[in-house]
Design a protein around this ligand. Sequence first.
Ligand code: ADP
Ligand code: MG
Length: 437
Amino acid sequence: MPDPIIQINKASVIYNQGKDNEVRSLEDASLNIFPEEYIIIYGPSGCGKSTLLYTISGLQSATSGDAIVDGKNISEMTKKEKVILHRSSVGMVFQAFYLIDSLTVLDNVCLPMVFGGEDLQKRKEEGMSLLKRFGIAEQADKFPNQLSGGQKQRAAIARSLINNPSIILADEPVGNLDSESAENVLQILSDLNKTDKKTVVMVTHNAEHLHFANRVIYMKDGKIVSEEVNQEKRPKEVLEKEEALIEPDSISNELKLLMRTFKNFSPQQMGGLLIPYKAKQILSHILSELMEEQVAAAENFLKELMFKNIDFAGLEKKLDDDLEKGGAGWNKQRARSFSRRVKTMLEKAENISNGSNSEAIADYLLNVCGTHLDADIKEKFQSFIQLRLENKIDASTLNQKLDASRILGGIGMYKNTSKKVVKEVEILMLLKFTGKV
Ligand code: ADP
Ligand code: MG
């Protein structure tokens, strides 16, 4: 099992301690980050995100608690040791870029290497290859103030990479950029995580970025209040310990209540009545954090889609349109991926109610939950899913079957994956009620 590459243990940062103007910027924060994770620290302005990031980087000393990075306790480090840590293990990217105006772009990028003693030729070659990679080789001999914001940030990222650190810490790296440059920079950070296997920790207050992360850490008033896993990268043992924190399945209970209420309705009637509820469930299922206004608008369009007042292209457009124009004010990419996801879910639900083969459903579930099973065990997985779809077992039994080790007749999935599968199955079962929506 890999050890965490970053460990924050009960760290607090308190300014003006004991005085009238005391500020608790970070309170009792604990966090483990594992190699190759992409973590986003998310929360409103002033909630302590930067403080947490700087505590990780050693730029900020914790008032109490520990920060251990790459096996070294930062609070016990001398200044010199911190400099070495930053040179070798940690690259930093800031909202304000912090390029040196009097140096060329290439010299800015190579600057962290000067202290390492490599020869000039080798240094420049490596700097150039990073500039090429990020599409700004032509800017190498220009000065920072001749660059656009997006180009500056790409140069700053190149600088953070010049010593090949394993960790990249980025504080609101696209906060000053237009949306196209932002997208480009976010893509670069994502590539550094996926292709170069860097551990990335990014701070943002923009919910549209959250999908990039493997795990989102939510902060409020100086505290870590919750976290959300998009895609598991952590060792199984850790996930098991955190099992207790995962909220119980709420969909099926609410659905049971609803079904009892609508006992005397035909499936069609019930389907119609359920649409607002379904729209809500789909939305909360797919999205976690958008602005309230954006969510409310989107929920309405989803209802319109399900009542067949608009089609999928219409949904996508409405989501993308600005709030002022009566849309939901999302960005294009998110509107597209959302309406595609809804489309697939509704199609799958329809397939289920038409009695389609369970293999296609099984493949879909595995795909959506980002996991893979070998052929022999997949057949078994399929049969469990079938049992649930036919309502012969309940959601928690399905969860047990998926979670149990193979020796005990289960599928041996990670806890979080089995939870995800069960949730997806439950929502498909809810959606299939009307058949065609
Ligand atoms: P975020 O990055 O989430 O916007 P910060 O970590 O920058 O938030 O700040 C958290 C809180 O700590 C804020 O209330 C901020 O005003 C306060 N703070 C930050 N730096 C200082 C400082 N040097 N002295 C006093 N208060 C500070
Ligand atoms: Mg900040």
